[in-house]
Design a protein around this ligand. Structure first.
Ligand SMILES: Cc1cc2nc3c(=O)[nH]c(=O)nc-3n(C[C@H](O)[C@H](O)[C@H](O)COP(=O)(O)O)c2cc1C
Length: 367
């Protein structure tokens, strides 16, 4: 049973994600590996926004994998469900919880099924086209399905495929601009990252028009990448978005699941420390230039051995070039400044303290 949420104010849209209505039109973006676990997602949902657990690699430090020696993927399934139930305890019954599942992962289908079985309200899915997402969730009609795209072309490909093969439409689109977002970026090359066609100013109205005129649907378009304060939120709404997604700001919160050293790296980062790299997944990524990234950019990556086979297409596994991204992201999660890959959005230089989730939401939507 879904209760109708009153508008926060007449200028703030109500975000409808399938049957779910968060109090605020705000999603906390999924951040792997472990950066948005059950604690961050649970607290964001408790405060009235959508809290998102990133499903990728959640099992790396679980007893199923480290002590019971279950396979990485078998452990992941269990840990995703456990994370959802711990997040639900924090969020309460009305909190809206999402799981972010990346298409590029070897165990993508299993992660999606685990999220649906574990009680996710929403599944947000990008890093590739989530063409089979409805098939993996067909027994869970209450789970809202939200692809992440960077252009109307991608939104159209997904919507047409879903209509033809699965007879259903997405429940919304997150439109994420590679020009400022954190993590893996929706561009094929580093050069394409700043393509004006992929800016929020172009892509949001393009996707809004596609949804209204071609899909003839009433589903939300959610802006992501570089959203920081009220001005950014209002600009996104003026472009036609009905919600915003924020990653970087939420990573550096008291409730954030990363280590204190990870958060300190965000507080310390200056504008000139943010760089683009080619990730082993074949996509550009945005990260802090720490000793590890500096060595990689100079052509001397040092990499831990692949332990998880996590990506379907991994340049490191295939050719030995680049590095093992699972090792580097786990190192960052643990706060290993020398060896970790600290993904971040462009606005990481604005982070000057470890805030609370409540402070951020109040600043954005408070009276
Ligand atoms: C540390 C970090 C990890 C991320 N991991 C993922 C991920 O696992 N899956 C995903 O779809 N997006 C990921 N993202 C993107 C965020 O969910 C979010 O959409 C993006 O960061 C929004 O831009 P912002 O950081 O400027 O707010 C990540 C971002 C960061 C900063």
């Amino acid at each position: 049973m879904v209760s109708e949420t009153p508008r926060v104010s007449s200028t703030v849209p109500v975000l409808k994600l399938g049957k779910h209505r968060p109090r605020y039109p705000l999603l906390q973006g999924g951040m792997g590996v472990g950066i948005s676990g059950f604690r961050l997602a649970g607290h964001v949902a408790r405060h009235g926004a959508v809290g998102t657990i990133a499903s990728v690699g959640l099992s790396h430090n679980s007893p199923y994998y480290t002590e019971k020696k279950m396979s990485y993927f078998d452990s992941n399934e269990i840990v995703i469900k456990e994370a959802l139930s711990k997040a639900r305890e924090i969020a309460g019954p009305d909190g809206v919880l999402a799981v972010n599942c990346m298409v590029a992962l070897t165990d993508y289908d299993r992660e999606v099924r685990a999220a649906a079985e574990g009680g996710a309200n929403v599944i947000v899915s990008g890093a590739g086209l989530p063409l089979r997402l409805p098939e993996y969730t067909k027994d869970f009609p209450d789970v809202a399905l939200v692809p992440i795209v960077s252009s109307a072309k991608a939104a159209s490909l997904i919507a047409r495929h879903w209509e033809k093969k699965h007879g259903r439409a997405p429940d919304g689109f997150v439109v994420e601009t590679p020009a400022s977002a954190g993590g893996h970026l929706g561009a094929s090359t580093i050069e394409q990252v700043y393509d004006p066609a992929l800016s929020l100013e172009r892509a949001i109205p393009d996707v809004v028009r596609f949804v209204a005129e071609e899909m003839r649907a009433d589903i939300p378009v959610i802006a992501a990448g570089g959203i920081w304060g009220r001005d950014d939120v209002e600009r996104a709404f003026a472009l036609g978005a009905s919600g915003v997604q924020m990653g970087t700001r939420f990573a550096c919160t008291v409730e954030g699941d990363a280590s204190d050293r990870f958060k300190q790296a965000y507080v310390d980062a200056k504008e000139s420390d943010v760089v683009l790299i080619n990730s082993p997944a074949g996509l550009p990524g945005r990260a802090i230039k720490n000793p590890f990234v500096a060595r990689y950019l100079e052509g001397n990556p040092d990499s831990g051995a692949c332990f998880a086979n996590c990506l379907t297409h991994c340049r490191y596994r295939k050719t030995g070039e680049t590095f093992c991204i699972a090792v580097a992201l786990v190192d960052a999660f643990n706060g290993d400044w020398e060896h970790g890959l600290f993904f971040c959005g462009d606005n990481v230089s604005k982070v000057d303290k470890v805030a609370t989730v409540g402070e951020i939401i109040e600043e954005l939507f408070g009276a």
